[in-house]
Design a protein around this ligand. Structure first.
Ligand SMILES: [Zn+2]
Length: 301
């Protein structure tokens, strides 16, 4: 009981600044600062409470939420989804509706199976267009047509990812107008240890139509690199950490890929991170909101 009280106080010391939208930007903020804060409880609990790090118990809100996202509907994602399931985790798979069933890509049936297993399917334009090369009407056309196609197959698409992470003001507006509740870009979160840099999004991102990641996970990424993203977010006070993966294959398959064994070991480690206040959620579950209908007409077109 005493321990629970202390854990609650210590946890709230971490959570409050996150929800105030201030946290997650200082990697150097010491976790012990929070641990030493509830001095008022010392008289009650000093004898019983060990000097442990704050922990999140089952049922409590986590302080760090990792969103595992996989772009482009690559054929390897059917296996990647099963790998997540093996560890009790669920991810977000961003697919291009116009490319499904083409060589190297998931079939519609595979996408439906991934969704049925509890993963999120999100939109990624019809044919992976670089939105910043398009005019505003063309941007809205491909984002909305893709979302309509996915909704039409019964998928509950709530979030979007910008191909190549390429985004501008009109693309953000189009993602909103096409009915998405949130959208993910690439980059903006530090990939290496650094002072006073961004290590996670706030728990409620300030720019929900431009949610950041630590770049894209590359073939050169080691298990330590992947763990490092999570540990820095935890030590920075928590928040939302979206990770962007592309292909998943046994020996690497291009710059934007991750080795299956590296991902497997990372997921195994990540799935046991609850005692550090870290949980894994789909991006749509983090950002929330109902499944909105797609507009019948292209906005502004
Ligand atoms: Zn992509």
């Amino acid at each position: 009981m005493r321990r629970t009280l202390w854990a609650t106080l210590a946890l709230s010391a971490l959570v409050v600044p996150v929800f105030a939208g201030q946290a997650a930007h200082a990697a150097s903020r010491p976790a012990v600062q929070a641990a030493s804060r509830p001095a008022v409880t010392a008289g009650i609990a000093a004898a019983a409470v060990p000097a442990a790090k704050p922990t999140a118990k089952p049922g409590k809100s986590p302080t760090t939420v990792v969103a595992l996202t996989f772009d482009d509907g690559d054929r390897s994602h059917a296996m990647a989804a099963r790998l997540l399931e093996k560890h009790g985790l669920r991810g977000t798979f961003y697919v291009n509706s116009g490319d499904l069933g083409t060589p190297g890509k998931l079939s519609r049936r595979q996408v439906a199976a991934i969704a049925k297993a509890g993963h999120e399917i999100g939109g990624h334009t019809v044919n992976h267009e670089r939105l910043t090369d398009l005019d505003p009407e063309e941007q809205a056309a491909t984002i909305c047509a893709d979302r309509r196609a996915l909704l039409g197959t019964g998928l509950r698409v709530r979030t979007f990812a910008y191909p190549y992470g390429a985004v501008d003001a009109t693309a953000r507006q189009a993602a909103r107008d096409c009915g998405y509740n949130a959208a993910r870009t690439i980059g903006g979160i530090a990939q290496r240890p650094c002072r006073d840099c961004t290590v996670a999004e706030p728990a409620r991102p300030e720019r929900v139509y431009e949610i950041r990641t630590p770049g894209s996970v590359r073939e050169s990424a080691t298990l330590a690199d992947l763990k490092g993203y999570v540990i820095r977010a935890e030590q920075g006070g928590g928040g939302l950490l979206p990770l962007a993966f592309h292909k998943v294959c046994a020996r690497g398959c291009g710059t934007f890929s991750v080795r299956t064994d590296v991902l497997d070991r990372f997921l195994s480690w990540l799935a046991k991170r609850e005692r550090h206040g870290t949980a894994v959620r789909t991006l749509g579950d983090v950002t929330g909101g109902r499944v909105r209908p797609a507009p019948a007409e292209v906005p502004g077109g």
